[in-house]
Design a binder for this molecule. Structure first.
Ligand code: AN7
Length: 361
């Protein structure tokens, strides 16, 4: 049998991950995503700063969750699990369903009814998961998953599963290898707060291993209507157009707070209007289409740069010539409905050259 696992994050970073020869590697060649230089964002920030976009939408299921899921499902398979379960705002369930399909284990996903972007919902079905939509939000779904995990022989693959964070930290390794060092600043959207925790762990590990000379300041952005860490209290009814980060009681709250504090970074908020503007701006100006939650990192950078925005980390604190990485976590095609609402009118025309030329003049 051919071994196709020479790609994927477990193959690339095996020595930094808790796997052994007994671990069956369940991979879809995730990771090694592009780090794209953004000339227009660099221009907007100015003072010689260089802005890079880590485009995680190019993972196999279209989001960064694949990095954690290759680990979580490989370990579940090693432990002989017959079924896995997760709560999700959509991307975790898509990744869990895909990797479970590949491992040949049953997958159950608990979703907040009516609050999952269409692309993610159809992914869970197509990969063959059992899809349960609860009459509640993500936080309710995660509580139920914890309760089910206590009594049933089903492995939990939410980021309370430590292997998830281990897999996701590999994005930092890639960035350090590509830039030749860690950036000065790293900006991320924050929902359940696992990813900012994971990136920080990756940066700290490579710094400790002398693979970088510094660690970045971690800047996290929550949606204004779903900002428990920013407000330092549980949000009972979180709301935002960025359904992926519609979370009121993040599982990795404390770890994320530690990452932000230890890195001398900051947590801040962006409004839905700022998120959608950033989403359109990035697609229009750099040709990078991301889902709304992902655009929170771009909206966040623009908030830092803007005047009188009250940013928690204003750009005056960026050192001249800083390298700044913004992670964009999921592909724009995940949420066609929110994107469609922002599109202009389609131009109807007869199939005639002259008429078309009149319309496009
Ligand atoms: C596109 O899929 O929580 O702060 O259940 O899908 O690590 O939670 C998704 C989160 C950012 C936030 N961007 O990351 C889920 C889920 C996108 C996301 C986040 C998510 P975390």
């Amino acid at each position: 049998m051919k071994n196709f696992h020479d790609r994927g994050i477990i193959a690339r970073y095996r020595q930094y991950l808790p796997v052994t020869d007994a671990t069956p590697v369940v991979s879809l060649n995730e990771g090694s995503t592009p780090l794209i230089y953004s000339p227009r964002l660099s221009e907007r920030v100015g003072r010689g700063c260089e802005i890079y976009i880590k485009y995680e939408g190019l993972n196999p299921t279209g989001s960064f969750k694949d990095r954690g899921m290759t680990m979580a499902i490989s370990k579940a398979a090693e432990e002989g699990a017959k079924a896995v379960i997760c709560a999700s705002t959509g991307n975790t369930s898509a990744a869990a369903a895909a990797y479970a399909a590949r491992a040949g284990v049953k997958c159950i996903v608990l979703l907040p009814a009516g609050k999952i972007a269409m692309g993610k919902l159809v992914q869970a079905f197509m990969y063959g998961a059992k899809v349960v939509a609860i009459d509640g939000n993500f936080d309710d779904a995660l509580r139920l998953v914890r309760e089910i995990g206590e009594t049933e022989p089903i492995s939990i693959v939410n980021s309370i599963n430590p292997y998830r964070i281990d897999g996701q930290k590999t994005a930092s390794f890639e960035i350090i290898e590509e830039l030749g060092d860690a950036p000065e600043i790293h900006i991320l959207p924050v929902g359940n707060a696992g990813n900012i925790t994971a990136y920080w762990r990756g940066y700290v590990e490579f710094h400790a291993g002398n693979k970088s000379t510094k660690t970045p300041k971690m800047l996290g952005f929550q949606a204004a209507g779903s900002a428990p860490i920013f407000h330092n209290r549980i949000i009972d009814n979180p709301e935002t157009v960025a359904s992926a980060i519609r979370i009121g009681n993040p599982a990795s709250w404390q770890l994320a707070s530690n990452a932000i504090r230890e890195s001398q970074g900051a947590i801040d908020i962006v409004t839905d209007i700022e998120i959608l503007e950033a989403q359109r701006w990035l697609a229009n100006h750099e040709g990078i289409f991301v889902e709304p939650a992902s655009a929170a990192s771009i909206a966040g950078l623009l908030k830092c740069v803007g005047e009188k925005t009250g940013a928690a980390f204003p750009a005056a604190r960026f050192a001249d010539g800083s390298k700044i990485v913004c992670t964009v976590t999921g592909h724009g095609l995940k949420d066609p409905d929110v994107a469609r609402e922002q599109c202009g009118a389609i131009i109807p025309a007869k199939a005639e050259k002259d008429e078309i030329l009149r319309h496009i003049a």
